[in-house]
Design a protein around this ligand. Structure first.
Ligand SMILES: Nc1ncnc2c1ncn2[C@@H]1O[C@H](COP(=O)(O)OP(=O)(O)OP(=O)(O)O)[C@@H](O)[C@H]1O
Length: 198
């Protein structure tokens, strides 16, 4: 349910839509629990005020790289931010230290090449654009400095990109540890021998 306390005539809001998930509009009239909106597509709709959510009209058009910077951390705000970034080929976004990846369903090789790995090597988390190499690098450094086991949880629905993400994480770890060897096997060989279950 939305937050009706913030909604007045003139408010810019989000309302659920059967076709495009969320549609934005402006409140033109409020009668009791009913709000009349003009959507950005020019349609007039009447909805229960409890089901509309405030829209941040000052949010940057390119989105924010960390969702904790959003004025409203509700579903339409989060999805709109991801959509703005995705339109600019930015498939990764942070929410604090969690990385959200939107499956591009097309190859973006420049995102995963050796130059990219070099950039993220040793960089403080959050210093560079959101990327899975930043997560892998943080984990790798924690493992080396704290001498402890580390875990990365990769979660998502079927087809979301977990396998691809895991492959890229492994590739980065292999890149970082590839030169040192244990019992005659390089770190790269050991990483590539790992099997995983979901
Ligand atoms: N980062 C990416 N860049 C390009 N394509 C991607 C990326 N991530 C996923 N894909 C595409 O999406 C497809 C499905 O991704 P993937 O197999 O990783 O999903 P999954 O979450 O492991 O699915 P399942 O749970 O069904 O095994 C891949 O075959 C690939 O075509």
């Amino acid at each position: 349910m939305g937050t009706p306390v913030n909604i007045i005539v003139g408010s810019h809001v989000w309302v659920e839509d059967a076709e495009v998930a969320w549609i934005d509009g402006e409140v033109k009239e409020i009668n009791g629990r009913e709000a009349t909106l003009i959507t950005s597509e020019g349609k007039t709709i009447v909805v229960d005020i409890a089901f509309i959510y405030p829209k941040d009209t000052e949010a940057p058009p390119a989105g924010v790289d960390d969702m904790t910077k959003l004025a409203y951390l509700h579903e339409p705000g989060v999805l709109h931010n991801l959509a703005c970034r995705f339109a600019l080929n930015e498939i990764y976004t942070y929410t604090g230290n969690i990385l959200i990846a939107v499956n591009p369903f097309r190859r973006l090789p420049h995102l995963y090449d050796i130059h990219m790995m070099e950039q993220y090597k040793g960089a403080a988390f959050g210093e560079l654009s959101p990327h899975l190499f930043a997560v892998a690098d943080t984990c790798y450094r924690a493992m080396i400095h704290e001498q402890g086991r580390q875990s990365i949880l990769v979660s998502g629905e079927s087809g979301a990109g977990k396998t691809e993400t895991t492959k890229m994480l492994m590739r980065y770890l292999a890149f970082m540890g590839g030169r040192s060897s244990t019992e005659g096997r390089t770190v790269e060989q050991q990483v590539l021998e790992v099997s995983w279950n979901y």
